[in-house]
Design a protein around this ligand. Structure first.
Ligand code: C5P
Length: 237
């Protein structure tokens, strides 16, 4: 799988996302479609994006009983997207059934299954005090990555700050998909554990997800190109 940057299409409707992509000439860039857009537009959107030549990460973060997730994944597999995900906190059985559903829906195994470890919007206080999950974020993320690996996931969504340890624990082929990416000049928004594309590259990230640093930039095309440059220069900016 290529070392891509997926642009998060966090727009309320396709018309706005389409306008954004066309206006800024982001033709055929890999895109991430989340719940907001998918719940509005449905599976037809995926067909539209495929026809326009975009690789697609369908970020629906499934988390339910194993049978329900298996059945949902069987339907999702038919969409032929490149990456889908579940929450690792759904447990090993749920992850294994998710993979089973994907393969039942598309025996070619084209779609990669990724498990979300700890959301990058969470910090230590939220984890320990609000959720009462003991331990530090990194050890929890590594533990969930191992669980996902043992149950057939192809990789995880994690913070850049955990990617190196996850690679050590799960092997270099286990994909690390990292959101929480900010260009040097951007703010953090609601993300707590952020990093630049160059830092991500140096720390074992395989695929980047970037939303607001590109979509809210004064010049999104320039921001995308800047991110690609930092990413492919191995952080030597
Ligand atoms: O705007 P920003 O770059 O923060 O967007 C990050 C995107 O990645 C959002 O669409 C968010 O839903 C998604 N994401 C995340 N953390 C995860 C998984 C997905 O921020 N653990």
């Amino acid at each position: 799988m290529n070392k891509d940057i997926y642009v998060a299409l966090d727009f309320p409707e396709w018309k706005m996302a389409e306008q954004f992509l066309d206006q800024h000439e982001l033709y055929g860039v890999p895109v991430k479609v989340g719940m907001e857009l998918f719940y509005r537009e449905g599976p037809q959107l995926i067909e539209t994006l495929k026809q326009r030549g975009h690789n697609i990460f369908l970020d629906l973060k499934l988390h339910d009983i194993p049978t329900t997730v298996m059945r949902a994944m069987r339907n999702i597999a038919a969409l032929g997207v490149d990456i889908v995900n579940v929450h690792a906190l759904g447990g090993g059985d749920m992850i294994a059934r998710a993979k089973e559903g994907l393969l039942a829906g598309d025996p070619s195994g084209h779609t990669k299954l990724i498990a979300v470890t700890i959301l990058t919007s969470m910090d230590q206080t939220v984890l320990n005090e609000a959720l009462r999950i003991p331990g530090d974020i990194t050890s929890n993320a590594v533990h969930l990555a191992k669980l996902a690996n043992q149950h057939g996931a192809d990789g995880v969504v994690c913070s850049v700050h955990e990617a190196t340890e996850i690679k050590v624990a799960c092997g270099t082929d286990f994909l690390t998909v990292t959101p929480g990416i900010r260009l040097k000049e951007s703010g953090h928004d609601d993300q707590k554990r952020v990093a630049t594309p160059g830092f991500a590259r140096d720390n074992g990230a395989d695929i980047l997800v970037i939303g607001r640093s590109i979509t809210k930039a004064a010049n999104p095309k320039k921001a995308y190109e800047q991110a690609m440059k930092e990413w492919s220069n191995n952080g030597m900016e």
